[in-house]
Design a protein around this ligand. Structure first.
Ligand code: FJE
Ligand code: FE
Length: 291
């Protein structure tokens, strides 16, 4: 079967988001890749952060690279995302939460928004919390390591439940190493280069640090070679939902009417936003816990 090629690359410049945070946005706004809605490589240092805000209609996947992020939602769920950990949050019908750095050093990570299909948009919110040591690795040969957040690589499978079929994996290749990764034929995909330079796809497309590389839609695998030095990149693939997308900030639905309904629900604390009434997070509102 055919090898996927890279059709285009996008150098993700830094910009401001949230309250004083910096992101390199490789997907977002009108530039999405079904089923992915947004992909930010974020960096945040106190007092910056992502204070109390809502979500409906999709999932957020937060993969921390360094530092720590505190999380708190309107249901009293509270926790810490540490280096290498993943928080897979299904917002479904509604979550209101805060995501704030919990380290004085810059906290860095990736946040991906995965769309939910019409039948899943209004499900109960849910979390899948994965600690770094719980996430399986494949080491097919010395100098190659794959951390499998979702999907399967070299016979090693993630246990994450993906409502929207998705693969996410973090590859580390030492200089001179080459891999071939299988990709379902019906998935779309992109790669984000975290460190180094690599040669991606059947067309040996040169991809550098901070670049997003978009895969073509034909083929069942991608090849990557680290000719020039050590390389680290993250591969994202997903099965397109092929549904209409109407988004309004943190709400992503199928029609304008559903967006109006969502704004009403958020305003009136109904249909999943009941617990938003009078709720304020402690982590983003200066409530310091007494030890
Ligand atoms: C959001 C603006 C935002 N990228 N990366 C508008 F910044 C956000 C938001 C995030 C975010 C959070 C983390 Cl921890 C990491 C991010 C955007 O929270 F949801 C809207 N609507
Ligand atoms: Fe959020």
């Amino acid at each position: 079967m055919a090898a996927r090629n890279i059709t285009r690359s996008f150098f993700a410049k830094t910009r401001s988001e949230g309250a004083g945070a910096t992101v390199r946005r490789c997907l977002g706004g009108s530039s999405t890749l079904d089923p992915f809605l947004l992909c930010d490589i974020f960096e945040v240092t106190p007092p910056a952060g992502f204070p109390d805000h809502p979500h409906r209609g999709f999932e957020t996947v937060t993969y921390l690279l360094e530092g720590a992020i505190a999380h708190e939602d309107f249901g009293g769920n509270k926790g810490l995302i540490g280096p290498g950990d993943v928080q897979w949050m299904t917002a479904g019908r509604g979550i209101v939460h805060a995501e704030m750095p919990a380290s004085n050093m810059p906290s860095r990570g990736i946040q991906l928004w995965i769309n939910l299909s019409r039948e899943h948009k209004m499900i109960e919110p849910a979390y899948q919390d994965l600690k770094d040591y719980d996430i399986p690795r494949a080491k097919p040969e010395p100098g190659i390591e794959v951390k499998i957040i979702a999907g399967e690589s070299f016979g090693v499978k993630s246990s994450v439940f993906t409502r929207t079929p998705t693969m996410i994996m973090d590859f580390k290749l030492e200089k001179g190493k080459k891999i071939i990764q299988n990709i379902p034929k019906d998935h779309q995909g992109f790669i984000y280069v975290l460190n180094g330079i690599g040669y991606f796809g059947g067309n040996q497309f040169k991809g550098e640090e901070h670049s997003a590389l978009f895969l073509d839609d034909n083929g069942d695998h991608i090849s990557v070679e680290a000719k020039d030095g050590d390389l680290r990149f993250v591969l994202f693939t997903g099965k397109p939902l092929k549904e209409p997308i109407v988004n309004y900030g943190p709400f992503v639905m199928n029609s304008e009417e559903e967006i109006f309904q969502t704004m009403f629900d958020y305003d009136k604390n109904t249909n999943g936003f009941e617990r938003a009434k009078n709720w304020r997070s402690s982590i983003a509102n200066g409530v310091t816990e007494l030890l």
